[in-house]
Design a binder for this molecule. Structure first.
Ligand code: NAD
Length: 261
């Protein structure tokens, strides 16, 4: 990890995650909050970023574009905005989820000329259980039925979560299968389970920051891996770690696995 000071700009600074990343950057001596981008028509345009995130004045204003001095952008917005911001051509950490295949292809294209970390879940814990899920799927084998259940707050727009898809992909990978062939999203009506199916289910409500359960069901035992994010700070801390990595990386598409080494 690069331990020198990293100057970051938060894109989507007025959002739930954006404000949390601003707070985390203001508290961390290894980062300078160099800027924050909000929508051009947003009431927050011109606001002080410290005050915007509930802290003391930081003397850094929210702007419509990131300042030149930012070494890394941290993006938590919406898929359409994220692909538009690729035009900045700057090192970027993308936390936004719900990108379509076409939007992901645009990210891959951009990563040919700038470093991009694409991480649907920035928490260290999720990065590690991803590996555990892959290994369990491989070693337990096809006799175990895999089901994934996730829960998020009522405002989340994409479903299932990017993290549920990441974990489902890990399980499919462990079994040498393509997720597209085995994924079943929710069940309704006559829906018997077919062999090798990976069921994915989304709950939405209240203020849940993010919960994921991966269950391997067999006739005589059940193995369950669970992750609960208790605060958005876990994602913000991971985003800063990724920003420090991306600021010093060459062009390419990276994941949290690369960031964490
Ligand atoms: P939010 O709705 O609170 O915030 C999104 C912000 O982006 C809003 O303030 C909106 O005004 C802003 N925005 C939209 N278009 C913009 C543009 N063109 N320029 C600047 N700002 C723009 O949502 P949130 O809860 O902060 O989540 C944001 C994204 O991050 C979602 O896709 C969510 O799933 C994802 N997320 C990822 C992780 C992770 O670890 N990777 C963790 C939590 C959330």
């Amino acid at each position: 990890m690069n331990l020198a000071l990293t100057r970051v700009a938060v894109v989507g600074a007025a959002g739930r995650m954006g404000r949390e990343v601003c707070r985390a950057a203001l508290e961390d001596e290894f980062f300078e909050l160099a800027g924050g981008v909000v929508e051009p028509e947003a009431p927050e345009l011109g606001a002080d970023l410290g005050e915007l995130c509930g802290y003391d004045k930081a003397d850094v204003a929210a702007t419509a574009d990131p300042p030149d001095k930012a070494e890394a952008l941290i993006e938590f917005t919406a898929p359409e905005a994220t692909v538009e911001h690729l035009l900045y051509g700057r090192p970027v950490v993308i936390g936004t989820t719900g990108l379509s295949e076409e939007q992901l292809a645009r990210v891959e294209e951009a990563a040919k000329s700038v470093p991009v970390v694409l991480a649907p879940n920035m928490s260290v814990g999720v990065s590690l259980i991803r590996e555990v899920v892959r290994e369990l799927a491989e070693k337990l084998g096809a006799d175990y039925d895999v089901e994934i259940v996730e829960a998020h707050h009522r405002h989340k727009v994409d479903a299932p979560s990017g993290t549920a898809l990441l974990l489902a992909r890990a399980a499919a990978e462990g079994r040498g299968r393509d997720l597209g062939e085995v994924a079943v999203y929710g069940r309704e009506g006559r829906a018997p389970r077919s062999e090798g199916e990976i069921g994915i289910h989304a709950l939405r409500g209240g203020a849940v920051v993010g919960e994921h359960r991966v269950v391997f069901y067999a006739e005589s035992e059940e193995v369950e891996i669970a992750h609960r994010a208790l605060s958005r700070r876990t994602f913000a801390a991971g985003a800063l770690r990724a920003a420090s990595f991306v600021a010093g990386a060459g062009p390419g598409l990276y994941t949290m696995r690369d960031v964490l080494g």
